[in-house]
Design a protein around this ligand. Structure first.
Ligand code: NDP
Length: 320
């Protein structure tokens, strides 16, 4: 095992991680950033990003993340391919092991930007049509299905929100709910039920997403009470059954909610551990947008910088 001491360690390479890197490197903190197993994060699984300000013509998701990386490297962020697999935040400086203990980093400040992963149903056909009609984000991809019929799977607030969002731009939205009730808040349910062009299919599970060379063309669903099967014509299939924040390695050290989203002091990126900052989707169960992730990444770097300055002042004072 090799060991190394760094001032600022950034874990994750989505908009939050790279924005933290840009700010931290410009502040002279020489950050080291580990990309994780999916360099660029969730945006590398989408095509066009049209809602990130500053790109009037839109931008390709993977290309955008290459640009974020280049910008961070321009100010000398040390970007490395590797995965943080274990942490120890019980003492100081903080310890983070990379790639199953091959490398140990001790860091004065750690900025977490590990993101979240959208849950999928687990159907083979979801993979076949990923980015060709299957999406886990209506706000990101809904626009591409403007004027076309679409479906949403799920029954929580996200599904309700996505269905109502899509109902504004699509003639018909089918909502597949696997039970005879929705989990979403009452107000969101009411909005769904009062929207004329949303059809709720209760007790309904997806068997297969169907399509051809052009992408998704339909979906086959089954009523789990009656066994009745139906083929429904759609062009967009939105999975909204929740996200899983990538925070397992922080369990036992950092405060998180019941689903694993990291808790921060409101209005900051500070966690319950001094010198550990949480940014991006790993700490955001509600917004989950590239631009909000980038914003909190910036907060993480500024909070880390202030923390390190205060720490140095403490040390100077102690020296007398
Ligand atoms: P949730 O975990 O709340 O809901 C997931 C939904 O997906 C459930 O209804 C569940 O069904 C359904 N589901 C899970 N697996 C499957 C499956 N295999 N097939 C079909 N359906 C499935 O996730 P959300 O993303 O909706 O919300 C996460 C959190 O974020 C919640 O606390 C929510 O309130 C919050 N949120 C708040 C928003 C806001 O305030 N504007 C917006 C979006 C989210 P079942 O009910 O049967 O278990």
């Amino acid at each position: 095992m090799t060991e190394e001491k760094v001032k600022v360690l950034i874990i994750g390479s989505g908009p939050a991680g790279y924005t933290a890197a840009i700010y931290a490197s410009r502040a002279g903190l020489n950050p080291v950033l580990y990309t994780g197993g999916e360099p660029g994060g969730q945006l590398t699984t989408t095509n066009d990003v049209e809602n990130y300000p500053g790109y009037p013509e839109g931008v390709n998701g993977p290309q955008m993340m290459v640009d974020f990386q280049k910008q961070a490297e321009r100010f000398n962020t040390d970007v490395r391919y590797g995965m943080a697999t274990k942490v120890d935040f019980s003492g100081y400086p903080h310890k983070v092991w990379i790639d199953d203990g091959k490398h140990l980093i001790t860091a004065d400040a750690v900025i977490i930007a590990t993101g979240a992963t959208a849950k999928y149903l687990g159907l083979e056909s979801e993979k076949t049509y990923a980015n060709k009609g299957v999406s886990a984000c209506a706000v990101c991809d809904g626009f591409f299905y403007k004027g076309m019929d679409v479906a949403v799977v799920g029954a929580g607030d996200t599904a309700a929100e996505e269905a109502t969002y899509l109902a504004n731009i699509c003639p018909k939205v089918h909502l597949f709910v696997r039970r005879d009730e929705m989990r979403a808040s009452k107000i969101m349910q009411k909005r769904v039920l009062n929207t004329k062009n949303i059809e709720v299919h209760w007790n309904t599970e997806t068997e297969e997403v169907t399509g051809d060379a052009t992408g998704v063309t339909g979906v086959r669903v089954v009523n789990n009470k009656t066994g009745e099967k139906k083929e429904i014509y759609i062009k967009g299939f939105f999975v909204a059954i929740g996200h899983k924040p990538n925070t397992d390695i922080f369990k036992g050290f950092l405060d998180m909610d019941e689903t694993g989203y990291l808790k921060v002091i409101p209005g900051t990126s500070k966690t319950n551990i001094e010198g550990v900052f949480a940014t991006g989707d790993a700490a955001d169960r509600v917004y989950r947008q590239a631009v909000t992730a980038a914003g909190t990444g910036c907060m993480g770097a500024l909070d880390a910088e202030r923390f390190l300055t205060a720490k140095e002042e403490e040390l100077e004072e102690a020296k007398g």
